[in-house]
Write a protein that binds this ligand. Structure first.
Ligand code: AMP
Length: 193
């Protein structure tokens, strides 16, 4: 696996653990010669993961919509910065380039990006690994919600298991490397009759 997309917050979060965790991921990506694909910002967790890959000698591709260029302050030292016309194009470009997707702590924008890739996997539109780097157990409530979804029969367990979860970058990337795509014939259950 060469290209890994990372979805993450444009803020730092309440504690240094989030930035530190993002930097550990950046180092791990660079040491595995994996190119980071991300939203292109210099801010928050986004900026931290990009900086740490670059500091470790790795490659970073940013994908930034024109209208956000100044607001999200594009990182000026990336290996490549791709400017696109819209949020939709940004996500499509990142999805095309990446061979796997990691979600770090973030806010609503991060969740939107995660859920699009998760649900596209559920529909069988891609067969790439996707995972949550659960720094500081930030995503425990989301993982609990996934269990609630399967308990209440709104999601199959096989789809829940598609979202790989780990607290450490090395553990999550090891899971990516050994990931076997699931067979998606339908994401729907049998009808009620
Ligand atoms: P946040 O997690 O809210 O800090 O946002 C993280 C990243 O997600 C930022 O780069 C945002 O530009 C991006 N983002 C925010 N809203 C959306 C959206 N509706 N669709 C796609 N990306 C978004």
């Amino acid at each position: 696996m060469r290209y890994v997309a990372v979805f993450c917050g444009s803020r730092n979060g309440a504690s240094d653990v989030y930035i530190e965790g993002a930097m550990r991921l950046g180092k791990e990506l660079a040491s595995r010669k994996m190119t980071l694909v991300y939203g292109g910002s210099s801010l928050g967790v986004m900026g931290a993961v990009a900086d740490s890959v670059l500091e470790a000698g790795g490659q970073v591709i940013g994908v930034m919509p024109k209208f956000l260029d100044s607001k999200e302050r594009s990182h000026q030292n990336l290996s490549e910065l791709i400017i696109v016309d819209s949020m939709h194009e940004r996500k499509a470009k990142m999805a095309d380039l990446a061979e796997g997707f990691i979600t770090l702590p973030g806010g609503p924008g991060t969740m939107e990006e995660f859920f699009e890739i998760f649900t596209w996997g559920q529909l069988g539109l891609h067969q790439k690994p996707l995972g949550i780097l659960n720094i500081n157990h930030y995503y425990d409530p989301l993982v609990a919600l996934f269990h609630h979804m399967t308990d209440e029969q709104f999601m199959d367990e096989k789809f829940r298991s598609m979202a790989l979860v780990d607290t450490e970058p090395s553990g999550l990337l090891d899971q990516f490397v050994s990931f076997k795509p699931i067979d998606v014939r339908t994401y729907l259950t049998e009808d009620r009759t």
